[in-house]
Design a binder for this molecule. Structure first.
Ligand SMILES: Cc1cc2nc3c(=O)[nH]c(=O)nc-3n(C[C@H](O)[C@H](O)[C@H](O)COP(=O)(O)O)c2cc1C
Length: 153
C-alpha cells in the first residue's frame, strides 16, 4: 500500500463518535473518493512500471514449464479482453501436440520459440463477421437477461 493510500485509510479509521452521523457519512464519502483516486493512481503506476520492464522473450529453456494455474490465468485474461461490440471475433488455440508445434515452427521461419517455449497459444481472428453471427450474439445477450438496445438502419 502506498503512503498516500495509508494516510487515507488511517483517516477513515480514526473517525470517532464526536461527529454527527451525517457529517461522518459525508467525511467517509469524501475520503472514499480520495481513496479510489489514489488506488487508481497506484494501479496505473503499476501498469506503467510493468510495461517498462516487459520485453519479448526470444530464447526459452525447453525444460521449464509454466504452471497450469498460470496458463489458466492467461487464458482468462484473453477471454475477458474487450472487443468491438463485444463480438469477440477470435479463437484462442492452446497447441499441446509437439508434432503440430514442429509443423508450425517450419511455417514460422523456423523460429525456435514455437517449440521451445513452455506453451504455445495461437490467437486466430475472424476477418469477416457475418450478420447471422451478430444476431446469434445479440440473442445470447437477451437470453442471459441483458437489455441491449438493437439499433437498425
Ligand atoms: C505484430 C508483431 C509481430 C511480432 N512477431 C514476432 C515473431 O514472429 N517472433 C518473435 O520472436 N517476436 C515477434 N514480435 C515481437 C517483437 O520482435 C518485439 O516486440 C520487438 O522486437 C521489440 O522488442 P520488445 O517487445 O522486447 O520491446 C512481434 C511483435 C509484434 C508487435
Amino acid at each position: 500500500m502506498s503512503k498516500n493510500v495509508q494516510v487515507v485509510v488511517d483517516r477513515l479509521l480514526s473517525l470517532r463518535g464526536r461527529m454527527t452521523k451525517q457529517s461522518k457519512i459525508k467525511q467517509i464519502n469524501n475520503l472514499s473518493n480520495i481513496f479510489f483516486i489514489l488506488l487508481n493512481y497506484t494501479i496505473m503506476n503499476t501498469i506503467i512500471d510493468t510495461l517498462q520492464r516487459r520485453y519479448a522473450t526470444k530464447k526459452f529453456d525447453p525444460n521449464k514449464k509454466l504452471q497450469q494455474s498460470d496458463i489458466d490465468t492467461l487464458l482468462e485474461v484473453m477471454r475477458l479482453s474487450p472487443s468491438s461490440f463485444g463480438l469477440q471475433p477470435w479463437r484462442f488455440i492452446h497447441v499441446s501436440d509437439p508434432a503440430i508445434r514442429e509443423q508450425l515452427k517450419a511455417n514460422s521461419r523456423g523460429q525456435p520459440q514455437v517449440t521451445d517455449a513452455s506453451d504455445l497459444l495461437i490467437i486466430a481472428t475472424k476477418t469477416n463477421v457475418q450478420e447471422d453471427e451478430i444476431d446469434e450474439y445479440l440473442q445470447s445477450i437477451i437470453d442471459k437477461g441483458g437489455k441491449k438496445k438493437i439499433l437498425k438502419d
